[in-house]
Design a protein around this ligand. Structure first.
Ligand SMILES: *Cc1c(COP(=O)(O)O)cnc(C)c1O
Length: 401
C-alpha cells in the first residue's frame, strides 16, 4: 500500500512532527488544534478565504510555460507564478487564512517571525486589512539585507523588532516570537509563516498553501489534458511553498517531487543551510525534524545568500518526504542560484526572488525526458533582492563596471 504523507491525529509525519511546547503555550496549541480543521473546512471560512484570494491576492496565479527553461531542460517547464500575488510571494495565502482563524478565535494581537521579510509584509498587510495589532520579529542581519521589506512593514503600521541573538537571522526571529507568545499567550495569535513549528502549524500552513497545487491540477488539465505533471519542484526554507505545491500530489506516485535546498557556499563548507542533506533528528521550534546540529545537539548557525532559506531546521513533512524517498533533494549554491536568476531575467524579463532562484537552478540538475511536464513554483519576485543582484552582477558578466 502507498505510504500516507498526511499528518496523523497527534501531529506526526512518520517519526517527525509533534508539539513540543512549554506548558504555558499548551492551552493555545490545544485550542488551535481542536478547531483548525473544522474552521478551515467550514463553508463560511472557505467563502471568505477564496473571495479574498481571488479579489485581494489576484488568484489564480498563472501557470506559465517558460520558453527558455523548456529549451534548456529539453522538456516542458511551467512556472507557477506566485511572484505575481499581492505582496510578491506565496506567503499571503497563508497569512490570509491564519488571520481569519485568529479572528474566529477572538484574538486581536498578531505576532510573526520573518526572514526575507515576505512573511512580515504579508502579515502586516492582513493586519492592516483586518485592523489588528501587529508585531514582527526579524533578525538584525536580515533587517539590513532586506531593507525595502522592513520599510513596507513600518508603513503598514507594524512594529518591527530586531532579533539580536545567534547569527541574527530567521532562527533567532522565531525564538523571539516564541518568547513573546509565552509572555502574552492569552491575547496573542502567532501567525507562523512556514510549515514548521509545533503541530498543528505544519499541517495548517500546508492546507492553506495547498491552493497552489489545487490550481496547478486544474490549469494543467486545461493546457495539457492531464492534471498530473511528471515533476513538481519547489525550494524549501521551512517548507510552505513546497508543501502547497506538493499537497494535492502527495498520493499521486506518478508525480515526482523535488526539493531544492540552499547549500550556501557548498554542503562541504561551514557556510550552508542544506538541512535535509546535513541534518540529524532533533527538536527545534516545537517539532521533531531534521536539524543542523553538532554532536551535543547545539544548533549549527546556517548560512545562505537567501534570507528566506537561511534556516537550520525544516518542516516535519519535508523531513519525512526526504527520508522516505518520496521526494528527492537537490542542493543549490549561492552562485548557482544567482546565475539562474540573472538568466531568467535577461531571457524572459522575470526577476525571481533569490529563494525561487534556487528552484530554477535545481532544474539544471535533473535529467528530464523529452515528454516530461514539469511544474516549478516561482515562490516570489526579486524586488527585495535588487541590492544582492546588483552586488554580484559584474562578477557574473551581466553588468559592466
Ligand atoms: C519565505 C520564502 C521562501 C521560503 O519559505 P518556505 O516556507 O520554504 O516556502 C521561499 N521563497 C520566497 C519568495 C519566500 O518569501
Amino acid at each position: 500500500m502507498a505510504k500516507n504523507f498526511h499528518v496523523t491525529e497527534d501531529g506526526f509525519y512518520g517519526t517527525f512532527g509533534g508539539a513540543f511546547v512549554p506548558e504555558i503555550l499548551k492551552p493555545n496549541i490545544d485550542a488551535l488544534t481542536a478547531c483548525y480543521v473544522k474552521v478551515i473546512e467550514s463553508e463560511a471560512f472557505q467563502t471568505e478565504f477564496r473571495s479574498l484570494l481571488r479579489d485581494y491576492v489576484g488568484r489564480p496565479s498563472p501557470l506559465y510555460l517558460s520558453p527558455s527553461l523548456s529549451e534548456l531542460c529539453g522538456c516542458k517547464i511551467y512556472l507557477k507564478r506566485e511572484d505575481l500575488n499581492h505582496t510578491g510571494a506565496h506567503k499571503i495565502n497563508n497569512a490570509i487564512g491564519q488571520i481569519l482563524l485568529a479572528r474566529h478565535m477572538g484574538k486581536r494581537r498578531i505576532i510573526a517571525e520573518t526572514g526575507a521579510g515576505q512573511h512580515g509584509v504579508a502579515t502586516a498587510t492582513v493586519c492592516a486589512l483586518f485592523g489588528m495589532e501587529c508585531t514582527i520579529y526579524m533578525g538584525a542581519v536580515d533587517i539590513e539585507r532586506q531593507r525595502p521589506n522592513v520599510e513596507k512593514m513600518r508603513l503598514l503600521g507594524a512594529k518591527v523588532i530586531p532579533a539580536t541573538s545567534g547569527n541574527q537571522t530567521l532562527k533567532d526571529a522565531v525564538n523571539e516570537a516564541l518568547r513573546d507568545w509565552c509572555s502574552h499567550p492569552e491575547e496573542t495569535f502567532y501567525l507562523l509563516g512556514s510549515a514548521v513549528g509545533p503541530h498543528p502549524y505544519p499541517d495548517l500552513v500546508a492546507r492553506l498553501q495547498s491552493i497552489i497545487s489545487e490550481e496547478v491540477r486544474q490549469q494543467l488539465l486545461e493546457k495539457e489534458g492531464t492534471e498530473l505533471p511528471n515533476y513538481a519542484i519547489a525550494c524549501v526554507g521551512g517548507g510552505s511553498n513546497a508543501a502547497g505545491s506538493f499537497f494535492h500530489f502527495l498520493d499521486e506516485e506518478k508525480v515526482k517531487l523535488v526539493i531544492a535546498e540552499a547549500s550556501g557556499h557548498g554542503v562541504d563548507t561551514a557556510e550552508t543551510a542544506a538541512t535535509l542533506t546535513l541534518g540529524t533528528e532533533g527538536v527545534l521550534h516545537g517539532s521533531r525534524s531534521l536539524v543542523m546540529q553538532d554532536e551535543d545537539g547545539q544548533v549549527i548557525e546556517p548560512y545562505s545568500i537567501s534570507a528566506g532559506l537561511d534556516y537550520p531546521g525544516v518542516g516535519p513533512l519535508h523531513a519525512e518526504l526526504a527520508q522516505s524517498g518520496r521526494a528527492s533533494v537537490i542542493t543549490v549554491t549561492d552562485d548557482e542560484a544567482l546565475e539562474a536568476a540573472y538568466d531568467l531575467n535577461r531571457k524572459e524579463g522575470i526577476l525571481p526572488a533569490i529563494e525561487s532562484a534556487h528552484t530554477l537552478a535545481s532544474l539544471r540538475k535533473v535529467k528530464f525526458q523529452p515528454t516530461d511536464i514539469v511544474v516549478a513554483t516561482l515562490s516570489g519576485r526579486g524586488d527585495k533582492d535588487i541590492d544582492t543582484y546588483l552586488k554580484h552582477a559584474v562578477r557574473f558578466g551581466y553588468l559592466s563596471e
